[in-house]
Design a protein around this ligand. Structure first.
Ligand code: SF4
Ligand code: SF4
Length: 187
């Protein structure tokens, strides 16, 4: 059991850019009946300075526009803040089908080489905004973590394959999307 409770502060949804997997995109598309063009942005390396998620490097894919990574849009929020397109009044508006990376936050195995072992909170969890007055059982955390990493590993393999093809640096974003089974304007 881990001592943790979400205080619905919304800070994670403001500080991080969720980097999504193709299956996240498809799930959000079909749940909202909206094309991915309405909620996805392709970020450049230079967009990831400051407190934004640093795990973007392996997710960069090359195109004729340079190296890009796929994430959820960021929008202006009330009070002059910036955050995920899906955060409304500090709460996730797509909670039941949100990206796997969001679902496994903010937990990780004590030893990442032993995912069947105990779990703990990540470094600097929740920017200190969480509470510790509830006990969270570990099996669902482990399930979310394993699912996210399995899917992410498969996506990273596809990106590696794409980047190893010298022709990819002359191709467009649409070509990459087709390669990973996505369509920009399809809802
Ligand atoms: S998808 Fe939901 S949980 Fe993830 S960053 Fe956006 S609002 Fe937050
Ligand atoms: S930062 Fe932590 S406490 Fe705040 S909304 Fe996100 S998960 Fe909940």
């Amino acid at each position: 059991m881990i001592k943790w409770r979400c205080t619905l502060c919304g800070e994670c949804c403001k500080q991080y850019v969720p980097l999504v997997l193709p299956e996240d995109v498809q799930r959000i598309q079909s749940s909202l009946h909206r094309p991915m063009s309405s909620f996805i942005t392709f970020y450049r390396e230079t967009d990831f300075q400051g407190p934004l998620d640093e795990s973007y490097q392996p997710q960069l894919f090359q195109t004729k526009h340079g190296k890009l990574v796929m994430g959820l849009n960021r929008v202006d929020l009330e009070g002059g803040e910036v955050g995920c397109i899906f955060v409304k009044d500090n709460v996730c508006s797509i909670h039941s089908f949100k990206p796997l990376v969001c679902r496994q936050y903010p937990f990780q195995p004590v030893d990442t080489a032993n995912i069947n072992g105990p779990f703990r909170l990540m470094e600097n969890p929740c920017f200190g905004r969480h509470a510790t007055d509830e006990l969270v059982p570990e099996p669902p955390l482990r399930k979310n973590y394993i699912l996210f990493h399995q899917k992410q590993d498969a996506y990273l393999e596809k990106i590696k394959e794409w980047n190893e093809d010298p022709a990819s640096q002359h191709k467009d974003i649409d070509d990459f999307l087709q390669f990973v089974g996505l369509k920009w304007d399809e809802s």
